[in-house]
Design a protein around this ligand. Sequence first.
Ligand code: AMP
Ligand code: MG
Length: 424
Amino acid sequence: MIRNATAPGASPFAPAVRLPSSRYMISPQDALQCVLAVAACLDARVVPLDDACGLRLAEEVRADRAYPPFPRAMMDGYAVCVADAGRTAEVVGEVAAGQAAGPPVEEGKCAAIMTGAVCPPGTEAVVQKEHVRREGDLVQLPETIAVGGHIAAVGSECPAGSPVLKPGDTITPLAIAVMASFGMESVSVRPAASLAIITTGGELVSVGEAIQPHLIRDSNGPMLSALARRMGLDRPLAMHVEDRLNAILAALEQAAQRDVVLLTGGVSVGDYDLVPEALRQFGAEVLFHKVRQKPGKPLLLARRGRQLIFGLPGNPLACHLGFSRYVAAAIRVMQGLPPAPQPLEGRLTGPVSYRGSRTYFGLARAERMPAASNLWDVTPLCGVSSADLFATCRANCYIEVPAGVAEIPPSEIVRFTWIPGDPR
Ligand code: AMP
Ligand code: MG
């Protein structure tokens, strides 16, 4: 059975794909295409300028007036006429930054002026303070003075009404400065996606809770929260539930207003893997369940209205891959970004052995060695099992090994993708 992807307001990056049936295991490529097909750009929202940094602009930003709005002195010095070069001029006044108007300047007369002040009428140049000799009210001017020297003319930096930032631009601190200059107290943005994380499993306790020999600590919750926050999302709604249908359903209800819900654990075929059934009872449409990949085969994607719900396997590395490859792509699309950065190429520093019929996504560390080198050295970080979190904790990227490739020898060139938001 094949269904059409008909997400309202689907991403401009969404390819025309048909959603796979949830009954079949699908390829990692199809799974990603399915995510992109159903992820939709979030509606624009007006936020205070103070809350906008890191988000994407949803409006064009134009200059509210010419910049600079007045002929601005670029140096501390004297506002002069160029005909006075090599002569003395009388200092007839002083203009500080913020003063509306100074005394007019004409031949034989000048005004002391400060950086950022309005050049008085008649000013043809500003001569740096260090280049004149002053005695009382007279200054000896240099032999040559260039017309317009050290004056920023009206509109020379930005004419009135000119577009400076466009929709889709990332709002950086410099962009904030531009909008503050233009008097914008708020701005229309693509908001950060709101997220809920529901960890499932009776074996889990939170960091800080008393541990017992038969229990383990929840590491997926903190990891997913950190991944999301590094992508610029706000603190997620975090919940933990036992493997009970009603508990999972109650948590889903609580998260109903969130743009994205991540469930971890309970998504496979065990007797206590109740997430798929809970999603059905919740009224969510399961789009796929099981991807031909290692780690993380039981990955599940569902949607309910515009909400996307990911069922991530409990194995921490499978959970990490699920976020890095699929959830991150959805979040980027929701926020008006291209879904995934292009992979880079690097040279393997050690062999990668993998015998399997699924695509293998291996955590690795890419570094430039030496620092000035053009090529990345990529060191695979394989532990004793595909769930070995501890061997991989210095990873900053993934390498992808197609199914059927038994071994990639050292020195081979491989493609790698950064872990989302990785600061390297
Ligand atoms: P599950 O997907 O629920 O079958 O869990 C697979 C494995 O991941 C089991 O060994 C779980 O104990 C472990 N696991 C599940 N959830 C978490 C979590 N939140 N943090 C750390 N390990 C987990
Ligand atoms: Mg479980």
